[in-house]
Ligand binder design. Sequence first.
Ligand SMILES: [Zn+2]
Length: 371
Amino acid sequence: MLAHLRVLASEIGPRVSTTIEERQAAEYIAGQLEAAGYATTIEPFDAGSTVDGSTVTLADGSTLESTRALLNTPNLAASGRLVRAGLGRAVDLVDIDLQGAILMLDRGVVQFGTKALNAQNAGAVALIIINNVPGPLVNGTLGETDVSIPVVGVDQPDGSALTLLVDGGETVQVVADLQSITAPSWNVVGRRGEQCSAYVGAHYDSVALAPGGNDNGSGTATMLELARTHRAGGLCFLAFGSEEVGLVGSSAFVEGIDADRVGFMLNLDMMGKRTRPAFIAGSDSASRQLADRAAAVAAKAGYEVPREAFPRSASSDHASFSAAGVPAITITSGNDEVIHQPLDTFENVVREDLAAMLEIAALVLQDLLLR
Ligand SMILES: [Zn+2]
């Protein structure tokens, strides 16, 4: 498992939906399932992707390398003088003349969408958010807010360079240009027997700059180990691409299955750091029963792993299966503060926690196979 994790998180690194690194991970996983004796396929599907052509251009014509659009920004251009005003709470912006200005704000405390609305209401024509951690500002979103000015992020060095221009009143231009495209992503499927009657799955993609050690190299490594150690006719193993952009891989996969013939789906997502282990079920009763049964199996072995629900903002690939009518749960070791960040590395996974979560998953799988 550690060898799998090292390849995924350290050698390949971030495995963003539709990228070459995601494809490399799919090929690695396929090779492992093949070697474990499965009829293995890499199955492409269309996934949404974005091309970001956003720029911040200075008076001398130079541009800032780290510029990234925030999701849901309108694709617009605006020019103006620069003003910097803290975090962008409404109270930070009173008594500042922002009419026609490009406002710069620090990341943090206030949601991006709120910062943008406050900037817009104060008369700013564009917003630049300066990242508060190293690197470009990625995965930021304005959410469902009604923002009508362009909003981009820059890294700290570029933020400092811009701040030096504030006093001179130099005019800069902000262009937000985030285009949606479709591109292929891939599920890896290891089949055994004529017909899959049960599945164990894990997503293997991650987000930009995040090596995805715990989320979800840990679940992928556990899935591969269960495939190696639990060969049974009809038990099939899955690695999903493009989970992080909206459960796209698992949604594509369930379109091709006959749900009536599938007994259960066990999903593994974040298995490497025990903060609050849980079995997560959707709202359907079959999945909740599955989670209760799994909790009883774990309890018998001395592990306290209750049935829980994800917070509203979170989900995982079990949801695609339960929506399709397959009883499905996610096993997780609990939330992890560094997921979706550069710190979610190979080293972020705690070996003994990964081992314990493997044991729990194996016990549940064995119990379900015997019923
Ligand atoms: Zn995940």
